[in-house]
Design a protein around this ligand. Structure first.
Ligand SMILES: NC(=O)c1ccc[n+]([C@@H]2O[C@H](COP(=O)([O-])OP(=O)(O)OC[C@H]3O[C@@H](n4cnc5c(N)ncnc54)[C@H](OP(=O)(O)O)[C@@H]3O)[C@@H](O)[C@H]2O)c1
Length: 257
């Protein structure tokens, strides 16, 4: 069996990627908290066909990004990468802690770019490989109240679409995955009140993963999951940009007004 690496693998969307990929791959799970990784492994192992291994890295740190990139480059069986680790912050940009905002860029953008670079170099030699970079519906919107998060996801989407075209002639499949509201701990970590959003807007992480892997088989460059999110993304392309900005700001508003 070949090896798949999933970052942010201990919970949420990452854990569901591990569960699905473990049917066909040995999966290396990466995140910071080793206890949570081991818990995820214990949960998934009974249904897994491949081996599951935990690697603890804080991918907001340059050294960790480089160390993991070296591991990918040295793994002869490396075939699939899911760059999923990411977090969001909410609030007016000027009032947020700058160090945390910069860490968000380090994790959501720099780690993803570093690992994508390592993966592409190896996959080009093998003329085969798969990369899923987790962006978001937020990548289609400038979002007042979540300016850095939406900007990081716009970067991931644009970067990944470009890489998709570059990689295609080498037999490498690259996808920007754009989920909308997905049940996980993400919102609690970001300080977002989940009950603010109606239930029809939410997907389960397993649905997101199923749609992503199905789209990967047909080498779709961008996978927007769920019909509601596809509708939202379609509208953003039709409405005046000022309406899109203001609408996204209302959507992100966590002040309770
Ligand atoms: N949930 C949504 O509504 C939604 C919507 C669109 C896009 N997304 C995107 O989907 C991805 C996964 O989100 P999720 O909802 O599954 O989030 P989650 O439930 O909060 O899980 C985040 C995962 O990333 C790991 N992580 C966080 N900081 C890390 C760091 N510095 N280094 C390494 N690993 C780190 C976490 O483990 P540790 O804390 O132990 O490191 C955890 O495994 C993110 O990129 C997010 O932006 C989510």
């Amino acid at each position: 069996m070949k090896n798949a690496y999933v970052t942010g693998a201990s919970q949420g969307i990452g854990k569901e990627f591990v569960r699905a990929l473990a049917k066909n791959y040995n999966v290396i799970l990466v995140s910071r908290t080793i206890a949570d990784l081991n818990k995820a492994i214990a949960e998934i192992e009974p249904t897994a066909k491949g081996l599951l291994t935990a690697l603890s890295f804080d991918l907001s740190k340059k050294k960790s990004q480089e160390d993991l990139a070296k591991i990918l480059e040295k793994d002869p069986d490396f075939e699939l990468l899911v760059n999923n680790a990411g977090f969001g912050t909410v609030g007016e940009f000027a009032s947020l802690d700058l160090e945390k905002e910069l860490d968000e860029i380090n994790l959501n953008v720099k780690a993803l770019v570093t690992l994508t670079h390592a993966a592409l170099k190896e996959f080009k030699k093998k003329k085969k490989g798969y990369i899923i970079n987790v962006a978001s519906v937020a990548g289609f919107l400038p979002a007042p109240g979540s300016a850095i998060y939406a900007a990081t996801k716009a970067f991931v989407k644009s970067f990944t679409e470009a890489i998709h075209e570059e990689a295609h002639p080498h037999g490498i499949y690259v996808q920007a995955l754009c989920p909308g509201l997905t049940h996980s701990d993400f919102h609690q970590r970001a300080g977002i009140e989940k009950s603010k959003y109606p239930s029809f807007m939410w997907q389960d992480a397993s649905e997101v993963v199923e749609e992503s892997l199905s789209a990967l088989r047909s080498n779709s460059a961008v996978c927007v999951t769920g019909t509601v999110n596809q509708g939202v993304v379609g509208l953003t392309g039709l409405l005046p940009r000022s309406w899109v900005r203001k609408g996204a700001g209302k959507f992100m508003d966590t002040s309770g007004k």
